[in-house]
Design a protein around this ligand. Structure first.
Ligand code: SAM
Length: 848
């Protein structure tokens, strides 16, 4: 394609530099890299044909990515510099010669993938370019149909034009899956897009017209535009996405009023025109004179005629009535009387479309008919729109779900076999062991009894026929926008500590578990609830747990429950209350009176928990409200537990320790959450109050059908603001300080490794000296000296050899012996030495 020299510099973007850095011959390489990243067709291919391959960057990518000993053949009009592990030749892909050459190289093989990135080097008119490019695509498809193995892939570049839809249709006839995509490296300003067609159907007989540009791009007569819809429902205007009408390159159309009055299809005119003018066009326009003269041509009518595009249904009706009156005056109106039935029925009076529409000017009967008709039309339209809307919504939801699955799959959060399991709505179809347990089947199973469940009658759902309507364009655009928005949010989330914490929380809990939804209104609020606190499972959940109490349970924790601490606190509770903000709260650290059950106004029962089985009040019970899911133990009695694992945790890396405890490494990170925790702990608010607070004006917002980006934004700002206490803010600040003061993970790891190595050395030394000391063949003196030697050796191992100081030979230091100011060992280096070292290495390599 011709390159605009003026903008040549702007074209040298990051992919250009990246291509240079990686040694690719063109930045186009990244398009294939990104396409392959998305669809992964190269890794699965053993034989590939690259059509229009020069200068060869796609071939380079293919050679890099495909399995070793794959066959890669590239062809282009321009010569391609040889690329290792590939075959290339010069040729025109539209010719038989090229076909024969490829056949010769393939021998008996069939290609797994055919890729095509052709661009005709015409650079004339855009329409011409696009057409030639599409012709080239058809030529490449033709080759693909000849050389592709069944189930093979075809990847091609297509320029978006009016023919690209036709190409897509052809692709869909030949391949199982056809997807259109634009990799990020493809410039936004470029009209190019890529089709990835997978699963070649390899038909035995292929109609050659499929691949003939004359047939494939033949014009299909477009259906006439629905002007009635434009006039009768003018408020619901549809955006025209295709641009100009074919052959109509202006956007403003006008006609004279007299034409409007004489025309037999006024609806067509009103729908298509922008203005009806009152200028005289012919020499003697009698109609116009009459129109100008009569009082019915009011100022309002003139204004309406001036801009038809802004009119509503009422104004259109006024215009039609006015026209009808004039037609009556001018004797242009003809009524057709149907042979049967009286005129009063309203259905018998017909005329030209306009007559029916505007009859109401004088005859109430036909106005009624029109109104009825209109009503019916509107009703049908409304129902259609509703059905479309629901269908679109369903489709969007499904797309979103798929997108999520793919993302999670990419992040290794699920395995491919998990797909579909989560698709079951609300987990209704998911097998839950707990449900089995509850229903008592577990007991029957444990008694080895067979349980037969009646299968509910399967309801056959009639599958929706895929609608190939205009809305699909909109849907696709919307899906693309959704994708882009998701990418944007992911990027944003990656930067946000809050969201990271939330993710960690979700990961540790498993995706399907209910999550604390914050103090906002809806589910979306969760991301910004900022509470940082983990709201525990709801009451139902706890009742589930109670159900589980009875003996024969199928469920067993694989990791075992985290041990409770001696003071009756769970690990989570303990670490939570270890925070500074709770230091000053009386009655938390000191055990309360053993006998007296303490009632706090927090609404939490504080009468249990002591190291002894008969509980005494502790932090754990006091804060059971948000510690419920942690340990079932705290629900019942508090047992004496082994604290050893907890102690060991001190030596572990913090994150590992958190992981061992079976919970994510998250903490209270916002002042809002800290305030809340403080208030809960001091009993200033109760759990119930918090729950009640949730029902605020934000809770009942209707979020149906609102786009995700809008909801995200709303949830961030449009939510109830909770007050923040000074202490909480200070606590968070302190925490942040402590965090900042911590060495980075790598440093900590390095230190830990050092300590570990030292410990190992000591252990080894200990063993050796024990061996020496226990041996009988040496005298005590020898033993002592040997052990001393061992120790000295071990100590020596820890001391690093001092590196000689490097001094540049030459200049001031030239031939003067020890350079001035240099103590200890030193080494003179010069450029000569560098060269010599390299030469020595080279020689050694050759000798090998
Ligand atoms: C955008 S470049 C291809 C870049 C290539 N994919 C790469 O990665 O280096 C388009 C190429 O299509 C080639 N081309 C155009 N018409 C062709 C034809 N009829 N037969 C073969 N190659 C053609 C041009 O010579 C040009 O090198």
């Amino acid at each position: 394609m011709a390159i605009d020299k003026k903008n040549a510099k702007a074209r040298l973007d990051k992919y250009y530099h990246l291509a240079k850095e990686k040694g690719y011959r063109a930045r186009a390489a990244f398009k294939l890299v990104q396409l392959n990243k998305k669809y992964g067709f190269l890794q699965q291919s053993r034989c590939l044909i690259d059509l229009c391959a020069a200068p060869g960057s796609w071939m380079q990518v293919a050679a890099e990515t495909m399995p070793v000993k794959s066959l890669i053949i590239g062809v282009d009009l321009s010569p391609i510099k040889p690329i290792p592990k590939t075959i290339s030749f010069q040729g025109d892909i539209t010719t038989d010669k090229c076909r024969a050459t490829i056949r010769g190289h393939l021998k008996t093989w069939k290609a797994d993938t055919v890729i095509h990135d052709g661009a005709p080097n015409v650079g004339t008119a855009w329409v011409q370019d696009a057409f030639s490019q599409n012709e080239l695509v058809l030529a490449s498809l033709k080759l693909a149909t000849e050389f592709l193995a069944p189930n093979g892939n075809f990847v091609t570049k297509v320029f978006r034009s009016k023919d690209s839809q036709k190409l897509e249709w052809v692709f869909k006839q030949l391949f199982e899956k056809v997807e259109q995509t634009k990799p990020p490296s493809s410039r936004n300003v470029s009209a190019e897009t890529f089709y990835v067609c997978r699963g070649y159907k390899a038909p035995k007989n292929l109609d050659p017209r499929f691949l003939d540009a004359n047939y494939a791009f033949a014009e299909v007569k477009e259906k006439a535009p629905n002007m009635e819809a434009k006039v009768f429902n003018p408020e619901k205007k549809k955006r025209k996405r295709e641009g100009y009408e074919e052959g109509d390159w202006t956007q403003f159309h006008e006609a004279s009023v007299s034409d409007f009055i004489q025309d037999e299809d006024p609806i067509q005119m009103l729908g298509g025109m922008n203005r009806l003018h009152f200028r005289e066009e012919g020499n003697d326009d009698k109609i116009l004179k009459i129109v100008q003269g009569i009082p019915e041509t009011t100022e309002e009518i003139r204004l309406c005629c001036d801009d038809l595009k802004v009119l509503g249904r009422k104004e259109f009706k006024t215009l039609l009535r006015w026209r009808l009156k004039l037609r009556g005056m001018l004797g242009l109106r003809q009524k057709k009387q149907e042979p049967s039935g009286p005129t009063s029925t309203g259905t018998t009076v017909t005329g030209t479309a306009d007559d029916v529409a505007a009859e109401g000017a004088g005859e109430g009967v036909t106005v009624e008919s029109m109104d009825e008709e209109l009503k019916l039309q509107q009703e049908i339209q409304r129902m259609k729109e509703m059905a479309d809307k629901t269908k679109r919504k369903e489709r969007r939801k499904e797309n979103e779900r798929k997108q999520k699955e793919i993302t999670r799959l990419q992040m290794h959060m699920i395995t491919p076999t998990d797909i579909g399991i989560e698709a079951a709505e609300n987990g209704e179809n998911t097998f839950k062991l707990r449900d089995v347990d509850k229903s008592g089947i577990a007991r029957q199973l444990s008694r080895a009894k067979m349980h037969t469940a009646e299968e509910p009658e399967k309801q056959q759902e009639s599958a929706f026929d895929e609608e190939e309507d205009e809305d699909e364009d909109g849907d696709r655009l919307e899906a693309q926008l959704d994708d882009m928005y998701q990418q944007y949010t992911e990027k944003r989330e990656d930067r946000s500590a809050k969201v990271k914490a939330k993710r960690a929380r979700m990961k540790s809990r498993g995706e399907d578990e209910e999550e604390f939804e914050g103090f906002g209104s809806d589910k979306g609020e969760e991301s910004d609830s900022d509470s940082g606190l983990r709201q525990e499972e709801d009451d139902d959940e706890s009742s589930d747990e109670e159900d589980d109490e009875d003996g024969d349970r199928l469920m067993t924790d694989l990791q075992g429950k985290p041990a409770a601490r001696k003071d009756g606190l769970t690990n989570r509770a303990a670490s939570f209350f270890d925070q500074d903000i709770f230091k000053d709260i009386g009655g938390i650290d000191e055990p309360a009176d053993e006998d007296e059950p303490v009632e706090s106004d927090s609404g939490v029962d504080v009468n249990s928990a002591s190291p002894e089985p008969k509980a005494k009040p502790t932090k754990a019970s006091k804060h059971a409200a948000f510690e419920k899911d942690d340990d079932d133990a705290s629900d019942s009695e508090i047992e004496e537990v082994n604290t050893a694992p907890e102690e060991n945790l001190e030596w572990e890396d913090e994150e590992d320790a958190e992981a061992n405890r079976g919970r994510p490494n998250i903490d209270i990170i916002t002042a809002e959450a800290m305030t809340l925790a403080h208030q809960l702990a001091t009993g200033k608010v109760t759990k119930q109050q918090l729950l009640d607070d949730n029902f605020n004006k934000y809770a009942l917002r209707d979020v149906d059908g609102l786009p995700e980006w809008f909801l995200d934004d709303e949830n961030q700002h449009s939510r109830s603001q909770r007050p923040i206490s000074k202490e909480a803010a200070a606590a968070i600040k302190e925490k942040q300080k402590a965090l900042n003061a911590r060495p980075i993970k790598k440093v900590r790891e390095a230190k830990a490794r050092k300590t570990m190595r030292a410990a190992r050395r000591v252990e080894k030394l200990k063993k050796k000296s024990e061996g020496l000391a226990e041996g009988d063949d040496l005298s005590e003196k020898d033993k002592a000296s040997n052990i001393a030697k061992l120790m000295a050796k071990a100590k020596k191992g820890t001391n690093k050899k001092p590196q000689p100081k490097l001094v540049v030979a030459g200049g001031f230091n030239k031939g003067k012996g020890r350079p001035r100011g240099v103590k200890g060992k030193y080494k003179m280096v010069d450029s000569r030495m560098k060269k010599e070292t390299r030469a020595l290495k080279r020689i050694a390599k050759k000798k090998k």
